[in-house]
Design a protein around this ligand. Structure first.
Ligand code: DGL
Length: 275
């Protein structure tokens, strides 16, 4: 349905509070862009915890601390919803923290697995993610709740996040680090491969040298649709875009450069310390 028509049908219950996103760095912008496309009138905040990147190598205790600080920050900013645009924190912290704040929290994995599990013509599904996400086995667990026939193969790609954050995507060493993982995945012969870390869609130009692009799934689209549906059903839409604001915990210049492939920031993100 046309967006304006949806707005007119929501009894003018306009909610101007921002939607807030977070990730360890630029990865969450792959989700941010899709949500912005579907919900163009929303005010948005984005926090990239670049000081603590990569999340995939952190312990549960550390990840819970990081996520809690970010949620408290967004509470002060009066966010109406927080998007965990990060698979790792969705896997490790969502269950622990989900009831502690005064806004709706959207975890990427738990939101998209019901959809992934019902996609047609998939018998074998490959999952590539950070070590923390893979070690939690959350993808196989969540998918088997909705479809027990699909065989899921989970594989960690420990080096990929840094390749993106350090903008080394086209370097020969990065190419071989990407190829190494893809070859292991190909031995499983998956029908589709889920890019289960929000940083990985940045690597698509390289990934498609080894596997046809249509075999990869970026769950961000399903995630964005799920968020839009919730905001419509709960009459939480805004009717006019006024601002977007980006924050990082270190190195704003690097964030602006690394993010270019997915989102062109008009100015440097603001450096803030949540400790
Ligand atoms: N982009 C995040 C994810 O989806 C975190 C990556 C990292 O910092 O290791 O898991």
């Amino acid at each position: 349905m046309e967006y304006k028509t949806i707005l007119n049908n929501t009894n003018n219950n306009i909610d101007k509070r921002p939607i807030a996103f977070f990730d360890s760095g630029v990865g969450g912008l792959t989700v941010y862009r899709k949500v912005k496309n579907l919900l163009p009138y929303e005010n948005c905040l984005y926090f990239g915890d670049t000081k603590n990147m990569p999340y995939g190598e952190k312990t549960e205790k550390q990840l819970v601390e990081f996520a809690d600080k970010i949620f408290r920050f967004f509470e002060k900013q009066n966010a109406k919803a927080v998007i965990m645009a990060c698979n790792t924190t969705s896997a490790i912290t969502y269950e622990k923290l989900k009831d502690n704040y005064n806004f709706k929290i959207f975890p990427i994995i738990q939101s998209v697995c019901p959809i992934l599990a019902k996609l047609e013509n998939i018998n074998k599904l490959g999952i590539i993610a950070t070590p923390a996400t893979i070690n939690s086995h959350i993808y196989s667990r969540e998918i088997s709740k909705y479809n027990q026939k699909i065989k899921v193969f989970e594989l960690a790609a420990p080096k990929w996040v840094r390749i993106v954050e350090e903008h080394r995507i086209n370097q020969p060493q990065s190419l071989s680090q990407i190829q190494e993982i893809i070859e292991i995945m190909q031995n499983f012969n998956p029908d589709k491969i889920v890019l289960a870390c929000t940083h990985y869609p940045y690597l698509l130009e390289v990934l498609k040298k080894f596997v046809p692009e249509e075999r990869f799934i970026d769950p961000a689209l399903y995630f964005a649709e799920n968020i839009k549906k919730f905001l419509i059903e709960n009459k939480m839409l805004n009717d006019k875009f006024e601002y977007e604001k980006f924050y990082v915990s270190s190195n704003p210049e690097n964030f602006k450069t690394a993010s270019k492939l997915f989102y062109e920031l008009k100015e440097l993100p603001e450096l803030i310390n949540l400790d």
